[in-house]
Design a binder for this molecule. Structure first.
Ligand code: ADP
Ligand code: MG
Length: 387
């Protein structure tokens, strides 16, 4: 979709901002460009919509050299979001969002209907926020309007330069989550610049780690964290990359343990006898379909004089996560509920429990998988600039 071929940008004062850059972004892929300030990220981005022209090399969009495309027409195919947002202060949020459709000649009603739809998509009720002016919004809300505006003409490509940089960490995480949800629905081809490795890892299908004017590693978040290509990358992603890895490794069914199971309509005394025979201290309570009702401890089941069915004694399972969730989420839930394990569900269906030991195993598995992947010579490396 976007292809850089040996692209170099030298500014008139002699600064080489980008040096022989070659990489490719597939359609529908979200690639994060991450690196320290001044390493050439913004320059890279602005060459895609021709706000900056390369000194040499070429950039292809959908196979077409963008140097041959009229810049105005080019920019209609490319949404652009910047940190300072740049909303028009004297126009309402709705009109700000409708800017590009209006520019390209959509009828006013159609442009405004589209704008309302987009505001909804980024989590702003158009009735409440549409009539407001930018100064009547929080920083996070303004940023959302910026994203809505960039998407308004439905461009296949989205360029985002530090889009969540200006908001506090909590709002930032919310915006990131919302953006990921939105991206899952609209599947734009996205280049997103950040100086924050956490953000790069969280958002990117692939990450380009920049050194000075060049890409040091271009790979999946898991591979960058697991097998940094150079001491520079290792240093940049940090010593806590094992922790960061938790957020990109998903829970799989094979990671789970199977605790004893009892039925809600089973007599407590019988269930207790079974648990004792198995040497178990507790069990999950599942109905005949395998849906989770909760959990129950041997102490309650086997207490003197108890004459009840299991269902009446079961506790709600507070510590649970959906299958496919990142290990980090499971770890967080474990800590939050001070639990020795978390249940993993597929909808209401119980799949098993994740224990700390299994969590560690899953982490190891993902490190090993990436190490092997790299040894096989990952395809992506072909397109990274020659080192
Ligand atoms: P980043 O976005 O990674 O912080 P930039 O792409 O903005 O980096 O800048 C890369 C390098 O190019 C820096 O050294 C910066 O000072 C320089 N630079 C950026 N714009 C200009 C310009 N218009 N003229 C001269 N040098 C520039
Ligand atoms: Mg920049």
């Amino acid at each position: 979709m976007i292809r850089f071929e040996q692209v170099t940008k030298r500014y008139p004062d002699g600064t080489t901002a980008v040096d022989g850059l070659s990489f490719e972004v597939a359609q529908g892929e979200l690639v994060t460009l991450v690196g320290p300030s001044g390493c050439g990220k913004t320059t890279t981005m602005m060459m895609v919509n021709r706000l900056i022209e390369p000194t040499s090399g070429r950039i292809l969009l959908d196979g077409e050299d963008i140097a041959d495309v009229d810049p105005v027409r080019l920019r209609r195919r490319i949404g652009y979001v910047i940190q300072q947002v740049g909303l028009f202060p004297h126009r309402t949020v709705l009109d700000n969002t409708a800017t590009v459709p209006a520019l390209i000649g959509w009828r006013r009603t159609k442009a405004r209907a589209r704008a309302a739809e987009l505001l909804e998509l980024v989590g702003l009720d158009p009735k409440t926020y549409g009539p407001r002016y930018p100064h009547q919004l929080s920083g996070g809300q303004r940023q959302r309007v910026g994203v809505a505006r960039a998407l308004a003409a439905d461009p296949p490509v989205l360029l985002m330069d530090e889009p969540f940089g200006a908001v506090d960490p909590v709002v930032r995480e919310q915006l990131q989550d919302e953006f990921l949800r939105m991206q899952a629905a609209v599947r734009k081809t996205v280049l997103l610049v950040t100086h924050d490795i956490e953000e790069a890892v969280r958002l990117g299908d692939r990450i380009a780690v920049y050194g000075q004017g060049r890409i040091e590693q271009y790979d999946t978040p898991g591979a960058v964290l697991g097998t940094p290509a150079s001491p520079y990358v290792a240093e940049f992603v940090g010593a806590d990359r094992g922790l960061k890895r938790l957020s990109v490794t998903a829970i799989e069914e094979g990671d789970l343990e199977q605790p004893p199971v009892v039925r809600p309509d089973e007599r407590a005394a019988r269930a207790a006898a079974r648990l004792r025979a198995d040497g178990a201290r507790w069990a999950v309570v599942l109905d005949a379909d395998g849906d989770l009702h909760g959990w129950v401890g041997l102490d309650e089941l086997g207490a003197d004089g108890v004459d009840a069915v299991v269902g009446a004694l079961a506790h709600r399972m507070k510590a649970w996560v959906p299958v496919g969730a990142p290990l980090k989420q499971a770890f967080g839930v474990m800590l939050q509920h001070d639990a020795g394990w978390v249940a993993v569900l597929d909808g209401a269906h119980f799949l098993g429990v994740l224990t700390p030991a299994k969590l560690h195993e899953a982490l190891r598995r993902s490190v090993d998988a990436d190490a092997q992947g790299v040894a096989r010579g990952q395809v992506d490396f072909d397109s990274v600039s020659d080192a």
